[in-house]
Design a protein around this ligand. Structure first.
Ligand SMILES: Cc1cc2nc3c(=O)[nH]c(=O)nc-3n(C[C@H](O)[C@H](O)[C@H](O)COP(=O)(O)OP(=O)(O)OC[C@H]3O[C@@H](n4cnc5c(N)ncnc54)[C@H](O)[C@@H]3O)c2cc1C
Length: 365
């Protein structure tokens, strides 16, 4: 079987590696450098703190593989609330996650403060911690996944933009090549790539921003503040902090962070920790979204497959969903025992749905 993969981000690289490892002849096309899309701009949070059983199964398998590949650094993931409504949500989610067998603990804010003295706990109404969470270094992920795909026999053409001349025919500046199947994992570009073949995807985009601080004195976990809507993770002796998300046309997705984002974020860290951060670097990237916040993964036409719509969780899910997709493209029974084909079916929408990529941006999480 000969398969083309369009897109050399985490998802395309896992699919290419898993297909090649099973004996498929794989050619990957990447329009820039490997990892030059959202993958190289990700924060690198990786956790199994999902209350939905399908999401939890995907996360568990993904973490298992990242561990095998020596790419996973354990780091507890704490999420906190600052009002009663969010506190109820934190408690309910923690209980649901525990019922799924996940290693999640609810903590009193004071107990969290004892564990992490650098963390201010004033004003917190609830906290939970996922103990099997961790972090990833996106650059190391891309390097390792690319090595793995090449070692399994896949061929990668970088700086090679591709289009689809037909469902299973790829066109580049070098000419057209026909395959038995084509997998398009091109992030936001997946939608315009398949559109000429009359495939309409319910896919929108939003811009997310992040910054890394200089070194900070104090041990902190990864954290998501559900009431204030931002997250951080330890990075380079400081913190990587992210938020600043807003709807965007992918063509207008400025890769530089906004000065207002940097200023607000530094203020947030000062307010939450009593540490005084400065900025080492800041950036932005383009994330994909769907009407129901589940991805679009599966066949959209005979021999043509898509994988996109990660709603900011594509890096952490790539090893599990890429594996599942590779097995399906080859017609094998997927190893992942979760009902993904229904909930992730890319044809479950008409493709002309109007929706905000962040849901209702004024609503609480
Ligand atoms: C600031 C920020 C923080 C994030 N933090 C996290 C996080 O902590 N954890 C997490 O799991 N996720 C996070 N994400 C989301 C994550 O980055 C994405 O979900 C994930 O990287 C998607 O991977 P992908 O392979 O589908 O897409 P991409 O990495 O975007 O790869 C798609 C590739 O396709 C290529 N391409 C496009 N068009 C063509 C074409 N015509 N021909 C050839 N190649 C083409 C692009 O150049 C690109 O390299 C974050 C994103 C941002 C922006």
């Amino acid at each position: 079987m000969e398969v083309a993969v369009v897109g050399g981000g985490a998802v395309g690289l896992v699919v290419a590696g898993d297909l090649a490892a099973r004996g498929t002849d794989v050619t990957l096309y990447e329009r820039g450098a490997l990892g030059s899309g959202a993958t190289g701009r990700a924060a690198g949070l990786c956790y199994d703190a999902f209350a939905d059983p399908t999401d939890a199964a995907v996360a568990t398998r993904a973490i298992e593989r990242y561990r095998e590949w020596d790419l996973f650094t354990p780091c507890p993931y704490v999420w906190v609330a600052r009002d009663e409504r969010d506190a109820r949500a934190v408690r309910e989610q923690a209980a649901e996650m525990r019922a799924l067998g996940l290693d999640v603990e609810e903590l009193a804010p004071a107990a969290l403060g004892e564990r992490y003295p650098a963390l201010g706990t004033d004003g917190l109404t609830a906290c939970a911690v996922a103990r099997t969470a961790g972090t990833l270094d996106p650059e190391a992920v891309v390097t390792r996944l690319a090595e793995r795909a090449r070692a399994a026999g896949a061929t990668a053409h970088t700086e090679t933009p591709a289009t689809l001349a037909a469902q299973t025919t790829v066109e580049t500046a070098a000419g057209t090549t026909s395959f038995d199947a084509v997998v398009v994992a091109a992030g936001p570009a997946t939608k315009p790539l398949v559109a000429p073949l009359d495939v309409r995807l319910a896919l929108n985009c939003y811009r997310a921003q992040a910054l890394v601080t200089g070194p900070l004195d104090g041990r902190l976990p990864s954290l998501y503040d559900a009431s204030r809507g931002y997250y951080w993770r330890p990075r380079d002796d400081g913190l990587l902090v992210g938020d600043g998300a807003h709807a965007v046309d992918p063509a207008d997705c400025d890769p530089e962070a906004d000065p207002e984002f940097v200023e607000t974020t530094l203020g947030r860290i000062e307010a939450a920790t009593a540490l005084t951060p400065d900025v080492a670097r800041a950036w932005a990237g383009c994330c994909t979204a769907t009407p129901d916040r589940d991805p679009l993964v599966g066949p959209v036409a005979d021999g043509l497959w898509v994988a996109t719509g990660w709603q900011g969780h594509g890096l952490m899910r790539a090893p599990a969903i890429g594996e599942w997709l590779a097995e399906r493209v080859r017609g094998e029974s997927p190893r992942l025992d979760a009902p993904l084909s229904g909930s992730f079916d890319p044809t479950r929408f008409d493709g002309d749905e109007q929706f905000h990529p962040l849901g209702d941006p004024t609503a609480d999480w």
